[in-house]
Design a protein around this ligand. Sequence first.
Ligand code: CIR
Length: 256
Amino acid sequence: MYKNVIVRTPCRAVINGISSHPELGKPDYDLALKQHAAYIRAMESLGITVRVLPADEAYPDSCFVEDVAVLSERCAVVTNPGAKTRNGEAAGIIPVLKDFYPEKDIRRIISSGTLEGGDVMRIENRFYVGLSARTNQAGVDQFAALLNPYGYEVIPITLKEVLHLKTGVNYLADNRLLVSGEFIAKPEFAAYDKTVIPPEEDYAANCLWINGTVVLPAGFPATETLLKQFGYPTLPVDTSEFRKIDGGLSCLSLRF
Ligand code: CIR
């Protein structure tokens, strides 16, 4: 069960966030703020305490706070983002984490290792980590060395088609994974019950299981129907402005 969520308010510079889909246009800042507020309300409606960090104009992508840390009940790992324009974001999360963790349990990924939180998917005591354009082998090796003493296992997953691991695969609960594209046939996920997201809704593979409810992006009816078939209450949240800069639901928060 999650108790806490950390989010960061989108800054005005969010319109210049990194995007691999320029054809979708730039985010509308005012609408992004409204959608972010609705995201916070959705979390609160599920019984979560939300800590809202102020906008950081130095970093256009800083609302995607998931990428700067990986949090668990035993420790926090501050990442070293592989995207050059995002690398400096990670330092800003450290003072916040000190409110939740003793300093000895706040660890860091350092250069030449890179790692972004969007590449990390936790299932119980296993952390699957995508080897992506943002997360390298040295980052995964450091992450494993930091987490193993806490009793966590780290399993690397190669990926080619998407930005982050969780762009295409997410764990719900009860052994169930939502999968799309290159993750449908990954041998590392063979033991899980997989629900395949139809290709035209692949953005909706990035759903969030929050204390029994699945929060999904608004506007993906086939995915919502699949989730309902498995008995999950669903809570759609509109993320259209974040999608324009490759951001999904999970990217917008740290959950722990
Ligand atoms: C980026 O390219 O870094 C941002 N525009 C999107 C980050 C999305 N984060 C995530 O998937 N965890």
